[in-house]
Design a binder for this molecule. Structure first.
Ligand code: HEM
Length: 394
């Protein structure tokens, strides 16, 4: 079978190459993918979890670019973000920011998220683009809330986030240089925001993160600014694409939509099934730190290793009927938020809350929503994204 897991045009037309990934799981689960540079493609659930949980053997801080080399200034900035660090450096930062993302702290945002969803849904009628009107603003407004950013800054944050992530899609007309420019602007913005909160503390999550923890440790100024940048990058695009991908999947599975409309409380399990099915983050990269055996395959110190969440989430050894979309699936041990270990998604409770409330409110308030035209996918092999999803809302 011809294997190309990188071809962005393919992702833009039909999403992740599920057929090829299924073949790899069955025949070559740790597979050398030729290219410049080449990498080991890891496709089975068990192996993705193993890589994710062993940061000593699979580093996040080496070879940052996924498939191409990045410009120097972007590499310098990326290196400072916790996503691209290993323990023990990573551990200290992570424990400082964890305080703001516990289920309890995030749970307190539920009513606010419900109000945002209701406002967005109330504004829609007739034929609209679901991405522009619903799935893109929702996570953005929620992040603005976390940051304590005024509503007037929302457009600015939205455009920064698009410019940073859309580097491989001509529709966003973003080049790597433009991406770095946007990142520097966000960085400056975060600096300003932090200065305001230090001067005038408020009752928001960001103020909490600026205060010392119980051991008296604090995030340095740079660390805080970088964290804000990471939140904007990691929290926006991912949730937006989970929401758009979830809506599209429900259109493709009308029986499951009808089930949700009949019982909107199913939105809780539906949120997880959507993340499993869509796998908004397709993959992540690591670097092997030793000559070692992975999934029966010998790999070398310094080799690039890419874990495919979209593949692991359809692994039949973990998920009965993995190619069936079932909004009531329980248990659902998907790894759409990462395979566990140090870097497991910090925002997972928040993302699930946003998705649950959105689909609950959609089923309750807009049960007759229909797809009004073909979806357009993002040209990216990293983010499984939807750029446009025309819908009719009665
Ligand atoms: C890390 C997925 C939403 C913040 C990650 C990772 C994945 C992921 C796969 C990397 C895991 C690893 O390398 O092992 C997702 C998906 C989301 C989502 C699918 C939505 C459906 C969010 C939100 C936020 C967020 C809403 C914050 C507001 C982060 C951060 C990290 C991260 C800060 C880095 C954690 C670290 O390095 O310790 N996410 N994410 N994510 N995510 Fe998310």
């Amino acid at each position: 079978m011809h294997i190309d897991l990188v071809d962005r045009d393919r992702y833009a037309t039909s999403g992740p190459p599920h057929e090829q990934l299924a073949w790899l799981r069955a025949n070559s689960p740790v597979h050398w993918h030729d290219g410049e540079p080449g990498f080991w493609a890891v496709t089975r659930y068990e192996d993705v979890v193993h890589v994710s949980r062993h940061s000593d053997l699979f580093s996040s801080s080496k070879k940052l670019a996924l498939f191409e080399e990045l410009p120097e200034d972007q590499i310098a900035l990326q290196r400072l973000m916790m996503l691209n660090q290993d323990p023990p450096e990573h551990t200290r930062r992570r424990s400082l920011v964890n305080r703001g993302f516990t289920p309890r702290t995030i749970g307190a945002l539920e009513q606010h998220i419900r109000d945002i969803c209701d406002d967005l849904l109330d504004k829609c009628s007739g034929e609209v683009d679901f991405v522009t009107e619903v799935s893109a603003p929702l996570p953005l407004y929620v992040i603005c809330e976390l940051l304590g950013a005024p509503a007037t800054d929302r457009d600015k944050l939205f455009s920064w986030s698009n410019r940073m992530i859309g580097a491989q899609d001509p529709d966003y007309a973003s080049t790597p240089d433009e991406g770095s420019g946007a990142a520097m602007e966000v960085y400056a913005y975060a600096n300003e925001l932090a200065a305001q909160r230090r001067a005038t503390p408020k009752n928001d999550i960001i103020t909490k993160l600026l205060q010392p923890d119980e051991k008296g440790e604090t995030l340095g100024e740079d660390e805080f600014d970088l964290f804000v940048l990471l939140l904007i990058v990691a929290g926006n695009e991912t949730t937006r694409n989970a929401a758009s991908g979830g809506m599209l999947t429900l259109f493709d599975h009308p029986d499951q939509w009808d089930r949700l409309v009949a019982d909107p409380t199913l939105a809780r399990t539906a949120a997880d099934e959507i993340v499993r099915w869509v796998s908004p983050v397709n993959l992540f990269r690591r670097t092997s730190m030793a000559d070692q055996v992975l999934g029966g395959q010998e790999i070398k110190d310094g080799d690039k290793v890419v874990v495919f969440y979209s593949s692991a989430n359809r692994d039949a050894s973990v998920f009965p009927d993995p190619d069936v979309f079932d909004i009531g699936r329980t248990p659902n041990t998907h790894i759409g938020f990462g395979g566990g270990g140090a870097h497991f998604c910090l925002g997972n409770h928040l993302a699930k809350l946003e998705l649950r409330v959105l689909f609950e409110q959609l089923a309750r308030r807009r049960p007759r929503i229909r797809q009004a035209g073909p979806a357009r996918r993002l040209r990216s092999n990293f983010i499984n994204g939807i750029k446009e999803l025309p819908v009719t809302i009665a």
